[in-house]
Design a protein. Structure first.
Length: 428
């Protein structure tokens, strides 16, 4: 079957073929051949009738292009961002990829440290600040935001605030437990004298209280896995027409993926969750995709190793203190390590509260106690320092999200008032 000249209405039989799948494939191949040979605009100028009226309405036939105007398919509005927009987006995604590589730990087990988590939260804060900078450089005011973008940001931000509140509460609970350990160290201080039996008994009691506290979980953490799963379910790139809007949505998508991933680790490690929400599926086509995949592989592998050995993942700094506290708890509980009553030269016991009896056994027990107390003191100092650093970063991130949310709501109110004022002035 022959084909009609380009731009001439085909016959009925040929038109029926065009309207089918084979016809669309036929048109695609031959139309592209004409475009390459003569140029699309040049050919369209030669059409005897307008392109969208290849068939007149009165003949009852479908248009020549049953799938729409080819100009809109090949050159959709807003699909080609400006050079400046592409440059800004490239810089943002490239920076995100480089920072992700820096976040990857040298030792996989370091992901279970408070110090690494501090770096991760700092990374999120820096990424959010970069998005604000990108918005300013794109010159995309909130008044130009689509309603779907606004709702997405407001919904996700309030969920992030809930997670921050729960995690900050847990960090505060752990920090308060430090007071118990510091008092224990005061009771068993052997730098000047050996602790009495009463002091050892008190230390044993407070150590028991701290171990129970550290093994318990805050009720506020119970909702975190569900919130993170909800955030993960909303990950996606919304359809946007404007090139600047697409750039902003790509940046926000990257931030949301990183946030869900990092807070999934944070929540799982603090709550002892057996199924951490670290399996985040990100879309490819981003400059940071490979770096994120590498980091995710490291974290997932370490979680599987921890859970495979039957242990619940926990932060190393907390585990180190727990080991020392448990050892000291056993020492203060064992009667063989407790104070022996001192005797005078006649073998008569001195009054209660005297120091440990001098001798070889007492020196050995004192050395064990000294080593245990020294290790516990170092662990308590390290844990306190890391808890303080992480708490500050978590609070800073909370403030960033809160201020960003407030700024968005404020700008929406201002733009709404301006719009209403213009409408009233126009009606007058």
């Amino acid at each position: 079957m022959g084909r009609p000249p380009f731009g001439v209405a085909p016959s009925g039989s040929f038109r029926r073929v065009l309207n089918g799948v084979r016809g669309r494939r036929y048109f695609s191949v031959h139309c592209n051949r004409h475009i390459r040979a003569l140029g699309l605009v040049d050919r369209l100028v030669r059409l005897p009738i307008p392109l969208h009226r290849a068939f007149s309405a009165h003949d009852g036939q479908r248009p020549f292009f049953p799938f729409g105007n080819p100009l809109r398919i090949m050159f959709p509005k807003g699909s080609y961002p400006s050079v400046e927009t592409r440059k800004l987006l490239f810089a943002f995604e490239q920076s995100l990829a480089e920072n992700l590589k820096k976040l990857s730990p040298k030792d996989a087990s370091d992901v279970f440290t408070l110090s690494w988590m501090t770096l991760a939260i700092e990374f999120l804060s820096h990424t959010h600040d970069s998005i604000k900078t990108l918005m300013n450089e794109l010159q995309l005011p909130v008044s130009d935001w689509d309603e779907k973008w606004t709702n997405m940001y407001l919904d996700s931000s309030v969920q992030l605030l809930d997670i921050c509140i729960a995690l900050s509460a847990e960090l505060s609970r752990l920090d308060r437990g430090q007071l118990l350990l510091k008092y224990v160290l005061h009771l068993v201080d052997i730098s000047t004298a050996c602790p009495s039996s009463e002091e050892l008994a008190k230390a044993h009691l407070y150590l028991h209280e701290w171990i129970e506290r550290i093994d318990s979980r805050s009720p506020k953490l119970e909702n975190c896995p569900a919130i993170i799963d909800s955030l993960q379910g909303t990950l996606g790139l919304p359809k946007v027409k404007s090139s600047k809007g697409k750039a902003l949505m790509r940046a926000l998508y990257g931030f949301r993926v990183m946030t869900v991933f990092i807070f999934g680790i944070f929540s799982a490690t603090l709550s002892g969750c057996s199924r951490p929400s670290t399996d985040v599926h990100a879309s490819d086509g981003f400059l940071w995709f490979e770096a994120f995949g590498d980091l995710q592989a490291v974290v997932d592998g370490e979680f599987k190793r921890q859970f495979g050995s039957g242990k619940v993942a926990a932060f190393k700094e907390i585990e180190a203190v727990k080991v020392c506290a448990s050892r000291l708890y056993d020492l203060t509980n064992d009667d063989s390590y407790k104070e022996e009553p001192a005797q005078d030269s006649n073998g008569i016991n001195l009054e209660d509260g005297s120091s440990i009896t001098p001798g070889k056994g007492s020196d050995l027990r004192r050395q064990w106690l000294r080593d245990c107390v020294t290790n516990l003191a170092f662990g308590v100092w390290t844990l306190g320092h890391e808890l303080d650093s992480l708490s500050k970063q978590a609070d800073h991130f909370f403030q960033i999200i809160l201020m960003g949310r407030d700024a968005l709501l404020c700008n929406l109110r201002v733009s709404g008032v301006t719009h209403n004022s213009r409408a009233i002035h126009k009606n007058q």
